[in-house]
Design a protein around this ligand. Structure first.
Ligand code: C2E
Ligand code: MG
Ligand code: MG
Ligand code: MG
Length: 291
């Protein structure tokens, strides 16, 4: 690590990119302890169709470090990935999410939940069976669980990844392809991965309303996904103009701050109840209806 001193003379650590700095090792130990103590939380972000229907919720992990405050998921997930802690983190997230789905079902709120899984998980022997056993233990039907994967699962041993994913879909678990369009995107992947949903990465959605090239990429992705029978979700939708563009391009559902940011479980329950059977309505539409 690089030890720096701020103006008050207190040492401030800056993590470097290599994986074994004391800083990262420290965070790793803290994360392990936080998981054991149940100090890691899940927040839930709705996926909403253009008619307002809530298509599902995505579970997003949140960790507040006792001294450092909020640690961004991208940061600690990278640490978990490179250290072997990932399977433990994923077990924790699945366990928490399925417990919450069971609670919501008992309260009459039947909403599917998506959990992000990393390539590490998909390559862990026995992963598909472990997920099925966990579903059974919680009494949650497989259709209420979705797993979000990225194309990175195919980078290493694509055959084993394909077998695991086939095992999961065989149990009735739905698969979603996250962050589509970034990194190693290839049309071949779409054929090899048994997914029923494709999520267009926020980087294409963000400038959709102002950038013609991004709009064309989104248009082609939507058409391609539909021709393969996939549902298309756009992530990172922050404003009405983007929402309208996506609707006109034939996208199926959106996720983003326009609808709601990820919320703690209690708040999500209240959000779902307040929307009721009408689902989510755009503030712009509600205002127009009142006028
Ligand atoms: P992701 O799965 O693509 O999740 C979407 C990210 O975009 C989330 O960031 C979410 O909070 C953020 N987001 C949602 N709507 C908007 C919006 O309108 N505008 C903007 N600017 N951002 C928005 P978050 O929670 O920081 O998570 C980052 C990534 O960390 C996730 O990307 C996912 O890859 C990973 N992650 C989160 N939770 C888990 C988990 O439980 N397990 C694994 N393996 N990965 C996770
Ligand atoms: Mg995701
Ligand atoms: Mg995503
Ligand atoms: Mg993303």
């Amino acid at each position: 690590y690089q030890a720096k001193r701020d103006r008050t003379g207190v040492e401030v650590y800056e993590s470097k990119r290599d994986s074994n700095t004391p800083d990262r090792l420290g965070l790793l130990g803290d994360l392990r302890r936080a998981l054991d103590a149940g100090d890691v939380e899940l927040h839930y972000q709705p996926k909403v169709r253009f008619d307002g229907q809530v298509a599902g919720l995505e579970a997003l992990v949140r960790w507040v470090h006792p001294e450092r405050g909020k640690v961004p998921p991208d940061e600690f997930i990278a640490i978990a990935e490179s250290s072997g802690l990932m399977p433990h983190l994923t077990e924790y997230v699945l366990e928490t999410a399925l417990g919450q789905v069971a609670k919501w079902q008992a309260q009459g709120l039947k909403v599917p939940v998506a959990v992000n899984v990393s390539p590490r998980d998909v390559h862990t022997p026995g992963f598909a069976g472990a997920v099925a056993a966990r579903l059974a233990r919680h009494g949650v039907p497989a259709g209420a669980l979705q797993l979000e994967i990225t194309e990175h699962v195919l980078l290493e041993d694509p055959q084993r990844a394909a077998d695991t994913l086939a095992g999961l879909t065989g149990h009735g678990v739905k698969m979603s392809l996250d962050d589509f369009g970034t990194g190693y995107s290839s049309l071949v992947h779409l054929r090899r991965l048994p997914v029923s949903e494709l999520k267009i990465d926020r980087s294409f959605v963000a400038r959709l309303a102002v950038d013609n090239e991004d709009a064309e990429i989104v248009r082609c992705t939507v058409d391609l996904a539909h021709s393969l029978g996939l549902l298309v979700v756009a992530e990172g939708v922050e404003d009405d103009e983007t929402w309208e563009r996506l609707r006109d391009l034939g996208c199926d559902a959106v996720q983003g701050w326009l609808v709601a940011a990820a919320m703690p479980a209690e708040e999500t329950t209240a959000w779902l109840r307040a929307r009721g059977s009408r689902g989510w309505q755009r503030p712009a539409d509600l205002a127009a209806a009142r006028a």
